[in-house]
Write a protein of this length. Structure first.
Length: 103
């Protein structure tokens, strides 16, 4: 894992293994949102195993890497941090209690 604290956006490079065992790196978020929600330069360090919920960017080509927008991160201790990707443009999956119900 590598984090680039630039604005905008912060890039969190993670290795994601798919069902075929292939790994790729992807994830971006607004640095101010990360900091406001408790993710700092010491929170995400190389070797940390995390679970990220989010969605892949519209491009979807994954060349040279996949890019995604993270909704939340779950750490090994079970704690979860919101990454700020809800609202306009984010897919509705019931994760954000403020989102309207689909009809």
């Amino acid at each position: 894992m590598k984090v680039e604290w630039i604005n905008p956006p912060a890039w969190v490079h993670v290795e994601v293994e798919d069902e075929r065992g292939k790994t790729s790196g992807w994830l971006k978020a607004a640095p101010n949102t990360l900091i406001r929600n408790g993710i700092t330069k010491t929170t995400l360090v190389p070797g940390t195993v995390i679970i990220v919920r989010g969605y892949q960017s519209k491009g979807g080509l994954c060349l040279p890497i996949c890019i995604a927008n993270g909704r939340d991160v779950t750490f090994p201790d079970g704690s979860k941090v919101f990454m700020g990707s809800s609202g306009t443009g984010a897919p509705r999956d019931g994760a954000d209690p403020r989102e309207s119900k689909r009809k």
